[in-house]
Design a protein around this ligand. Structure first.
Ligand code: M6R
Length: 584
């Protein structure tokens, strides 16, 4: 939630930080700010909204830190924008995360005469560093972070010291190594155009970069050795190219990403399948869209493998601790691999001795490094806040695992290859144009309802997330059978209702539900392999059997995108949201 970045090297820092912040904007865009270090002076610039839409001044210096904010503590104001400084204005700090004990620390610091300028939790950090600065910057940072409770990644600079200090606990911080320069950032795309050589900081680790980069454990003060890893993402993948928005680009990339998701090490798939078979209870957990994929996993495993797995939304998973033993298996699904609620679920699982397997997109993320085994879904950088290509990749991999559990891995692969090829055919301009026409009809709707059954029930819930988060139209998903138990009261006078249909044993029932909607005056949009009299508008999808969630969600992604654009919203940056949610 917030992106942080730092630079030290032999180039002017501000254009590098400016560019990096634009690339991190998806993590938060309430305000931005950066501080440069020019010998004895710290220069600061802050602004509201997106840095990509701002005119920024040129600040001198070859060392700098920057921040893109998603507000948690303190309103969306310039005063609360980072960087924050100590009383002297000589120490500047940017921070991503939450300091849980900031109130007591602030009180303590104020009693000792420190003057605060913002309402943020972050501001206590420069003041704590200031209190210990006589020990030197590194030591003062160590002493400061030892007082902090919560999750954070910070970057610090100080007037008069040509160095950059960063610390990580619970929030991501990655180091990029150039020839004679060092970058630190919350995410790799921030510096990918300068270097693909990275080092991942682990919790409680600190980097001190001057000419060289040195690493320490902040609890023990001991030096730490880090491994330099070469990332195979290229900078272009993290750019929009000719597309007007990342969301549309990422939707279209599904032509390739499903294939990449299933291109996994077969031995690992089979080993995981064995673990799922052996486990006394397998839980699938994730949040938001990834949570809906986990829920779909419950249906997919039941249908394909006749195997019961449990879905629990991550923020509720710690409440299931009574069911966990060392024979339980936890499968986590997360695009970013940084979502705090998922990490808490992992922590709860670990306490009970549970093994953790993860499906993650971001290599080197916390989840990637803290799981017993991780499958990378290989979707490439997903920058739009609304998850699209990661969703279908996750669905594909879960489906593949279910087939592996039942000893039919090859059959699963064939189905998913065929699905990928049909998705490739679907994603053509004519199809998009048909969905755009529908979006024009729906653009002024107040509500949209979506129903599905079985595998497509979680997709109805996911459709609602997609429409709501980018178009701000109220959308709600239901199990088809639930309509008559309440929601039907809301249907009438052309209320748009999307019906997700698969050619399976639920087909007749969901079509009956569509009829019920039509009979009450609703406007029925059928997402289905075949047209039906119940539909007022038909969006054709291929018939791909157990892979139907993959093809059924794609037209809704496109619809959500066009609704946002037609209503004048930027689908890449929905209000109040951020790409990776690293707070509880
Ligand atoms: O990075 P994760 O997959 O763990 O993120 C989980 C949710 O925050 C995420 O899926 C969110 O719901 C998306 N904005 C939905 O499009």
């Amino acid at each position: 939630m917030c992106g942080i970045v730092g630079y030290i090297g032999d180039r002017e820092a501000y254009p590098i930080i400016h560019d990096a912040l634009k690339r991190l904007e998806y993590r938060g865009y309430d305000s931005y700010g950066f501080a440069t270090l020019d010998k004895e002076a710290i220069h600061i610039e802050k602004g509201m909204g997106k840095i990509s839409e701002a005119e920024i001044g040129r600040l001198p210096g070859m060392v700098a830190v920057g921040h893109s904010r998603w507000a948690t503590h303190g309103g969306v104001t310039k005063r609360n924008a980072h960087p924050h400084t100590d009383c002297s204005g000589r120490i500047a700090v940017v921070h991503n995360g939450i300091i849980e004990n900031f109130q007591e620390l602030r009180k303590e610091l104020e009693e000792r005469g420190h003057v605060f300028k913002s309402e943020t939790d972050t501001e206590i950090i420069p003041h704590l560093i200031e209190e210990n600065i006589s020990w030197g910057l590194e030591e003062a940072v160590i002493k400061a972070v030892q007082r902090l409770k919560g999750r954070y990644a910070i970057a610090v600079i100080r007037a008069g010291e040509e160095r950059l200090v960063g610390v990580r606990r619970g929030s991501p911080l990655i180091v990029g190594k150039g020839k004679s320069e060092t970058f630190i950032a919350s995410d790799i795309p921030a510096f990918l155009k300068h270097t693909n050589k990275v080092m991942y900081l682990d919790d409680n680790e600190m980097i001190v970069a001057d000419g060289k980069a040195k690493f320490f454990n902040v609890e023990t003060g001991e030096p730490v050795r880090k491994r330099l890893i070469t990332i195979d993402w290229d900078a272009k993948q993290a750019e929009k190219g000719d597309y007007p928005h990342f969301m549309l680009k990422e939707i279209m990339e599904q032509k390739d990403t499903i294939i990449r998701a299933i291109n996994q090490n077969e031995e690992a798939i089979l080993k995981t399948a064995e673990e799922i078979k052996r486990a006394h209870g397998t839980f699938f957990t994730g949040c938001g869209t990834a949570g809906k994929v986990c829920m779909a996993g419950e249906y997919i495993f039941s249908r394909v493998a006749n195997k019961h797995v449990n879905f629990v939304v991550s923020s509720e998973f710690p409440n299931y601790n009574h069911f966990l033993t060392d024979k339980t298996l936890l499968v986590t699904i997360s695009q970013s691999g940084e979502t705090a609620d998922v990490m808490e679920a992992v922590e709860a699982a670990r306490k009970a001795g549970v093994r953790v397997i993860s499906l993650v997109n971001v290599m080197g993320s916390s989840l990637h490094r803290n799981s017993d085994y991780t499958f990378l879904i290989n979707a490439g950088p997903e920058k739009a806040v609304a998850s699209t290509k990661a969703t279908t990749s996750q669905l594909a991999l879960v489906t593949l695992l279910a087939y592996a559990v039942t000893g039919r891995l090859e059959e699963g692969k064939r189905l998913l290859m065929e699905t990928a090829s049909k998705v490739n055919d679907m994603l053509n301009p004519r199809y998009e144009a048909r969905i755009t026409r529908l979006a024009r009809k729906l653009r002024n709707s107040r509500d949209v309802y979506i129903i599905g059954r079985s595998l497509n029930y979680p997709m109805a819930l996911e459709s609602a997330i997609k429409i709501m988060e980018v178009s701000y139209i109220h959308a709600q998903g239901f199990a088809g059978g639930e309509l008559k138990h309440g929601p039907l009261a809301l249907i009438g006078g052309g209320t748009p209702c999307i019906v997700l249909v698969a050619n399976d044993e639920n087909r007749d029932d969901i079509i009956s539900n569509a009829m019920e909607i039509k009979a009450r005056g609703g406007y029925v949009i059928g997402v289905s392999p075949e047209n039906n009299d119940a539909f007022d508008y038909w969006l054709r999808v291929p018939d791909v059997g157990n892979a139907s969630p993959i093809v059924n969600i794609i037209p809704i992604q496109i619809l959500a995108y066009h609704l946002a654009v037609l209503r004048g919203y930027d689908p890449d940056y929905p209000r109040n949201l951020a790409k990776s949610v690293v707070v509880k």
